[in-house]
Ligand binder design. Structure first.
Ligand SMILES: NC(=O)c1ccc[n+]([C@@H]2O[C@H](COP(=O)([O-])OP(=O)(O)OC[C@H]3O[C@@H](n4cnc5c(N)ncnc54)[C@H](OP(=O)(O)O)[C@@H]3O)[C@@H](O)[C@H]2O)c1
Length: 249
């Protein structure tokens, strides 16, 4: 059985990936939707053509990840696409953030994403794809978004390295690096009254176009997907030399 697995599928870009992959994946039997909240995933599932499995779990919990590993071992699927969308950001000065806020970002954005990637790899074959939600925040350290930006720099670096490492197995890894995207993430990160600066507000994009670009870039075999002019400018300005070096490592 061929499956696509999407984490963070109860909201924002994860939901949008489910909708767009539902239309574009023809050799995939089921789409597995994973997040903590079951209800929005059930609602989403009703609108999809593919058969779906809903996995309501907290990816930061050891026990839940172990259970999910058992589910994979029993059903032994071929994972054609893994989209790691589950992520969280909390705006604010490092010294003022609670231990819990800092730990949540690291546990979800770094540890859980890495574990899910490692867990799914044995079920991937030549042609399988891994799409990792990094961020434009990966390109430059950001004051008052320090841990979040650093966590996304990790995702970006991991993805690019794995893309090289897994090439011999025919598995591609792509980092998606959007600027601000109009999803519930923004109010969770910046608060309801939105501390988001004017520039960021102007550069905010819709999930539909970011995901559409990511799905197309993934088909084209790109290692990084960057949507919108401001983010592209930042990407080329900051990653130019690294891209060159990446070709030779
Ligand atoms: N929106 C932006 O401006 C933006 C920009 C650049 C990058 N990104 C990145 O893109 C990804 C998707 O963001 P989004 O904008 O779609 O955010 P979102 O709408 O807030 O969605 C986040 C998703 O993560 C899930 N999640 C959170 N904690 C979880 C946990 N412990 N276990 C399992 N699932 C969990 C949430 O579902 P439950 O609450 O149901 O668990 C939700 O489905 C994130 O990695 C984010 O960092 C976002």
């Amino acid at each position: 059985m061929n499956i696509a697995l999407i984490t963070g599928a109860s909201s924002g870009m994860g939901m949008e990936f489910a909708r767009q992959l539902d239309r574009s994946l023809h050799k995939t039997d089921e789409i597995w939707l994973l997040a903590r909240r079951r209800e929005p995933m059930e609602e989403l599932a009703r609108t999809l053509q593919h058969k779906t499995q809903i996995i309501a779990m907290d990816v930061t919990l050891d026990s839940a990840v172990k259970q999910f590993a058992e589910v994979l071992a029993i059903s032994n699927p071929k994972i054609t696409v893994l989209v790691n969308c589950a992520g969280v950001g909390k705006y604010g000065k490092f010294a003022h953030q609670s231990d819990e806020e800092v730990s949540n970002m690291m546990q979800l954005n770094i540890v859980a994403l890495t574990r899910m990637t490692k867990l799914c790899l044995p079920y991937m074959r030549r042609g399988s794809k891994i799409i990792q939600l990094a961020s434009g925040a990966a390109f430059v350290p950001q004051k008052a978004f320090a841990v979040y930006a650093a966590s996304k720099a990790y995702v970006y670096s991991l993805s690019r390295a794995l893309n090289k490492e897994l090439a011999e197995r025919g598995i591609r890894v792509m980092a998606v690096c959007p600027g601000p995207v109009n999803t519930p993430f923004l109010s969770r990160a910046y608060g309801e009254d939105s501390n988001i600066g004017r520039l960021k507000k102007l550069a905010t994009m819709e999930a539909e176009s970011v995901v559409n670009k990511a799905v197309m870039d993934c088909k084209r075999g790109k290692s990084v997907s960057v949507c919108g002019l401001p983010m592209k400018a930042l990407y080329y300005a900051t990653q130019g030399i690294q891209n060159l070096l990446c070709k030779f490592t």
